[in-house]
Design a protein around this ligand. Structure first.
Ligand SMILES: *Cc1c(COP(=O)(O)O)cnc(C)c1O
Length: 464
């Protein structure tokens, strides 16, 4: 399988190359040259297969000849053995017509583990084959950093440096980044905001000499391998919902449009999907785009679902590329307008967007009411991100619906306690998290200070 850029100005690359590259050099995002479909007989075999086995069937067509099925199967087995549920992403029937898909049983209790655990193994595999190393630098508002550090801490080929805004992530989130003891993972508290952290990462990628010197690589959700690893659980959920008559709908807490785009890919691959519901918090750029046909940036509002406090949904570009019949020139002009004017018109793509997705924004009041009512009526406690999806599923009824639960409520104990009056407990196995020693560096919001730290700690740069 070859990959092309949504902006159409770079050469095609194979899976291994786009895995390491992340963003394309023309600023676009990589997508497969064509969409593989799964035979109905393959999909029909899923109810009897494990999560890891389904992952191999779903992911291997995207990998092509680059990695053998046996190697992929070994990596998938290892990745999903780190989850504290044998089912990996178990389903929980909430009420008639509504099922929760629990994506938070990985080592950092958020859905990002599903992709990151596999991504780390894929990267190590490719780097070992090439006898190469890489340095990953990333910014996090909370969940991505912990998932990346946890996934790469056993890597022999990759060093990871994560920047987080000092004092602005929860204690649980910070400790997930600062308690792993391995020497190849580093957390940096930056004296600044999440936007500052992102700007620092961008600054490092734009410094080409530095970029080459440390073999800089990225693991944010524009990396195609992360999207493809998330396609698995759409098929998995459908395979476990028995007695199903028609297609399923999915309600998805959305920030960067990665998770919901994985649902769109599942549909393109042959999964019977009725509606895909985009669930946002008060940062509602996508629901506004669906409603008005204009994609327009506004300032970010902080909410109780911080992983969705995003004003530009990077992966939306992949959808625009598809909806336009792969018109890279149109995508370039829309992205140019976004950079210059902070907005663009969907124009002829608007009807397709409305047909492919429903979209609902949940206010902070809606989130609190949803958490409270769900707990009272069903005894089930959802985290604030999941609450947005539950609220959206109720506002945009779409028949039998799977609601994606993207984080464990104990990751946001203050918010949940304020709403329900009860502090959610961390699951078994996390007893040491709140007492283990922490290790992190506090650095100023200065590109040179951060670059110096990375140069000093990267095994690529030091040649060790
Ligand atoms: C990252 C994240 C999201 C948003 O996922 P996207 O792929 O960015 O749309 C939702 N919920 C939680 C808990 C997250 O960590």
């Amino acid at each position: 399988m070859k990959y092309i850029s949504t902006r159409g100005e770079v050469e095609k690359l194979g899976f291994e190359d786009i895995l390491l590259a992340g963003l394309a050099r023309d600023g676009g995002l990589y997508v497969p040259e064509s969409w593989p479909t799964l035979a109905p007989a393959t999909i029909a075999s899923f109810p009897k297969k494990s999560f890891a086995a389904i992952a191999v069937d779903v992911i291997h067509p995207f990998v092509g000849d680059d990695i053998t099925r046996a190697d992929l199967a070994r990596m998938a087995e290892e990745a999903y053995a780190t989850f504290n549920s044998a089912e990996v992403t178990p389903i929980h029937p909430l009420r008639p017509g509504q099922t929760i898909l629990e994506l938070f049983h990985g080592p950092t209790l958020a859905f990002k583990d599903v992709a990151m655990q596999l991504l780390a193994r894929l990267m190590d595999h490719v780097l070992t084959k090439r006898n190469a190393r890489a340095t990953i630098v990333g910014a996090t508002s909370g969940d991505t950093g912990g998932a990346a550090i946890e996934a790469f801490r056993t890597s022999t080929r990759v060093d990871v440096v994560i920047l987080f805004p000092e004092g602005r992530v929860s204690d649980v989130q910070r400790r997930m980044m600062t308690t792993p003891k391995e020497k190849n993972v580093h957390a940096i508290a930056v004296r600044g905001s999440f936007d500052d952290c992102q700007a620092l990462v961008k600054g490092m990628f734009n410094d080409h000499a530095f970029r080459d010197r440390v073999e800089l690589s990225g693991v944010n959700s524009i990396n195609w391998a992360r999207i493809v690893a998330q396609v698995t659980y759409y098929f998995y959920a459908a395979s476990r919902l028995t007695g199903l008559q028609g297609p399923l709908s999915f309600s998805v807490p959305t920030g960067n449009f990665g998770d919901i785009f994985a649902g769109y890919v599942a549909k393109r691959m042959g999964l019977p999907v009725d509606k895909l519901i985009i669930a946002s918090n008060e940062n509602d750029i996508l629901p506004r785009a669906v409603e008005t046909g204009v994609y327009a940036m506004k300032g970010v509002v902080p909410t109780t679902s911080p992983s969705m406090d995003i004003q530009v949904s990077s992966n939306f570009e992949r959808y625009l590329f598809e909806a336009s019949g792969r018109d890279a020139a149109l995508v370039r002009s829309m992205m140019g307008s976004l950079a210059a004017n902070r907005r663009f018109e969907l124009g002829a793509l608007w009807p397709a967007l409305k047909a492919d997705f429903a979209a609902v924004a949940a206010s902070e009041t809606d989130v609190a009411a949803t958490i409270r009512t769900t707990a009272t009526k069903t005894g089930y406690v959802v985290d604030p991100h999941t609450a947005c999806a539950l609220f959206a599923a109720e506002k945009a009824p779409a028949g039998e619906t799977v609601v994606l639960a993207t984080a464990h409520p104990a990751k946001f104990p203050d918010a949940i306690e304020a709403i329900t009056g009860k502090r959610p407990a961390l699951p078994q196995g996390f007893e040491h998290l709140m007492t283990d020693d922490e290790r992190f560096e506090v650095l100023p919001n200065s590109l040179s200070a951060i670059q110096e730290f990375v140069l000093h700690h990267s095994r690529v740069a030091s040649g060790v």
